[in-house]
Design a protein around this ligand. Structure first.
Ligand code: FAD
Length: 375
């Protein structure tokens, strides 16, 4: 349900002499994480989203939420790896704090991931390994070229079909649906105010502009992802599609990537033998439902990994756009009364810990907020 706010020219939402007020436009991944962190530090936070608390309009809801700094750095700048590795220690702490407050557990694992290729595509895997080792020579101990017997220990069902692959020991995933839900509980428990089904037209210093009213805050944060495009013209969308399947005949513990000359399939496990299968990457801002072509490619590649997927049922098919800047790196722009964070591209779960911590630091420094909190 939408929280009702008074209809006037400028509504001083939550203005208080005790704590600074923060308005957040966009309650997807970044918006929720920032709200959670700011509320913990004593700020008063109001979130606005065009969708509901279920995050059905966010890229965050669609994501496979793999934490894959090694796999991703092959086609990204080294920074993505360094920032992304920070996530591996940041998430457990935040998830523990969330669980303590909400009583809800969010699945998180960093038991490694497996990269495989069919015999005919072995060169794709070899290239991938070379490029990876060149990018992160200092982390070679976490990149293991494995034979069938080691694969049989790590993922026994894959060893029936593959004679080896790569084991990336530090990679993992988290359960995005559980996280987004836990954040709702955590934010609500800390007194965060939700304005659901509320379209934000613009965000300026200290103001969140709706069609007929403005809401005033000490600081306004724009974390609308693709929805901020009008105010961030360089932002582009990179379409991605995922399928969720339930596969009772498959037991994979870790994320798996299949190297292929045309596409890279990944399989990210969820509880109850559910798997998120992704993801296409298309330079298009179309939000249309998943196409037949993508479904065919994803599902046939999936079946080639493990025949047990033949009897799987398709639970969901989701498409969304990843918000990306021209260099595919995040932006954190801060000025008095305003913070804009965006451009997480295909690395939202991987890079949000770094982005959130950096953004909070900038926001507090730039707005001289620190001294008035928790005193
Ligand atoms: C198919 C796919 C797979 C992915 N897989 C991974 C992965 O495995 N690992 C990983 O790290 N990342 C992954 N990502 C990337 C990740 O999902 C995004 O980087 C991340 O969600 C971006 O977070 P955000 O908060 O900026 O945007 P979002 O999560 O999209 O949130 C933006 C929010 O703003 C709201 N909003 C927008 N416009 C308005 C408006 N005008 N008024 C009010 N509200 C508005 C939206 O409703 C939404 O809730 C994937 C993305 C996709 C699409």
């Amino acid at each position: 349900m939408s929280s009702s706010l008074p209809n006037s020219q400028c509504v001083n939402t939550c203005k208080s002499t005790q704590a600074k007020t923060i308005g957040i436009a966009g309650a997807g991944l970044l918006g929720r994480l920032l709200a959670w962190k700011l509320l913990q530090q004593g700020y008063k936070v109001t979130l606005f989203d065009r969708g509901s608390r279920a995050a059905e309009l966010s890229a965050a809801k669609v994501a496979a939420s793999m934490l894959a700094p090694y796999s991703e750095v092959v086609s990204a700048e080294r920074k993505v790896f360094d920032w992304g590795r920070m996530a591996l220690s940041w998430w457990p702490k935040e998830l523990a704090a969330l669980a303590q407050m909400t009583g809800q557990h969010v699945d998180f694992a960093t038991d490694g991931s497996i990269v495989i290729a069919h015999d005919l595509d072995k060169s794709s895997l070899t290239n991938f390994e070379h490029q990876l080792r060149e990018k992160v020579p200092d982390c070679a101990e976490y990149i293991e070229c494995i034979e069938r017997d080691r694969l049989a220990v790590l993922e026994p069902e894959l060893a029936e079909r593959y004679c080896g692959g790569l084991f990336l020991a530090e990679e993992g995933y988290l359960d995005n649906e559980a996280l987004l839900h836990s954040l709702v509980l955590g934010i609500t428990a800390l007194g965060g105010v939700w304005c659901e089904y509320t379209e934000v037209e613009r965000v300026t210093a200290g103001r969140i502009h709706l069609a007929t009213q403005q809401h005033c805050f000490d600081v306004a944060i724009d974390s609308r992802g693709m929805g901020a495009q009008a105010q961030l013209p360089a932002l582009r969308g990179v379409r991605g599609e995922v399928l969720w399947v339930h596969a009772p005949e498959v037991s994979l513990q870790r994320p798996v990537r299949l190297m292929h000359p045309r596409y890279k399939l990944y399989i990210s496990p969820r509880s109850g033998q559910r798997y998120v299968i992704g993801a296409t990457e298309i330079e298009s801002e179309s939000m249309q439902p998943v196409t037949v072509r993508s479904s065919l490619e994803l599902l046939s590649a999936l079946y080639s990994v493990h025949s047990g997927f033949a009897e799987a049922t398709v639970l969901h098919a989701y498409a969304h756009c990843r918000p990306a800047m021209p260099d595919n790196l995040p932006i954190i722009h801060s000025e008095p009364g305003l913070l804009r964070v965006n451009g997480l591209y295909r690395h939202g779960y991987l890079l949000s810990p770094y982005v959130v911590e950096s953004a909070l630091k900038k926001l507090i420094d730039c707005n001289d907020l620190a001294t008035e909190i928790n005193h």
